[in-house]
Design a protein around this ligand. Sequence first.
Ligand code: PLP
Length: 385
Amino acid sequence: MRTKSKSIATLAVHAGYQKDEAYDAIVTPITTASSFIQRDLNEQRKFCYSRVSNPTRYSYETALAEIENGIYATATASGVAAASLALELLPRDSHIIVITGVYGGTFRLFESIRKSTFGFSFSYINLNDQAELEAALQSNTRMIWIESPTNPLLRIVDIEKVCQFAKARNIITCVDNTFATAWNQQPLSLGADLVMLSTSKYINGHSDIIGGALITRREDFAAEINSKKTALGAIASPFDAYLALRGMKTLDLRMQRQCDNALKVAEFLENHAEILEVHYPGLKSHPDYELCKKQMRSGGAVVTIRLKGDLERVNRFIKGLQYFVLAESLGGVESMVNHSATMSHASMGAEARAAIGIFDTTLRLSVGIECIDDLIEDLAYALAQ
Ligand SMILES: *Cc1c(COP(=O)(O)O)cnc(C)c1O
């Protein structure tokens, strides 16, 4: 047997079980059937009912599992559906240690839903601080929730270190790998039990689906997640699975270009007179630069900035942009700009935002695949308004 490549570029095209058993089509077809015909009462079919398993979703899931160095993936209806599925692995009244500044939708799921419905409690801390970790431990601590890099200030967690700490205490680790993707880091290879993804972002990469995934290398979790996803039912549709699988084929090309572009954008903005702060873990000025170099292939494709001036100034900047579009999401081929205070972090008060370093003039840039000269010219023009 020839060994299979570990290169993401090759895996993104060939990973998993991507076959058409009917016609040998070169791409996985979209199988919309809810149900599959059984020839007799004794026949064991690979696919019976599409909530349980579906050929298109299966191709996508096996490919996802392989690029994340897992043995199993389940594709969910959204990123938050994947996060909520991860919580189903825990018993009632569990305590979870969470990184400060966790994604807003995850925070809402934890605080507004699972506190009351599952009796969960949460401690939000700096996971890189060993003393804080020790102090947060409780007898019912069952999970550590890691997100790295964080949104929007792109702080980095030492995944390997936190996973070692957790493993020694029999605590499950779940890493939200949405911002980095397997292209930048593989948390399962660093010791994590679970990877959670919003595939609405870089995995699909074309801003045209909402999807998520939960991935593991552990046999016990694979079986449990599979039976719980069937029981809960928040699965990805065959259309979405098809689009995400198609998008994933170019993950390497897109990430390479987007991360290269992001570094150049960050370098340009760092030296610009109208900019107060640039947050990009690929820049030496970022507090987690060394950790980023150790753990990630690049600084990622998101750059967060703080403009000089006020909200009016921000509005003029946004209106002056031609290619960066004002939008809620990130990770598409098109460059986007997000205003943290009125968009992603609108549910927080101004004081709470300021306490974590998000101001009225903070903007998150999701850098796309466009020509870098055009992106820099676009930013320079808008900053001159
Ligand atoms: C978008 C996002 C999510 C939620 O995913 P949806 O697909 O929108 O449900 C979770 N975590 C991070 C880091 C995200 O960016």
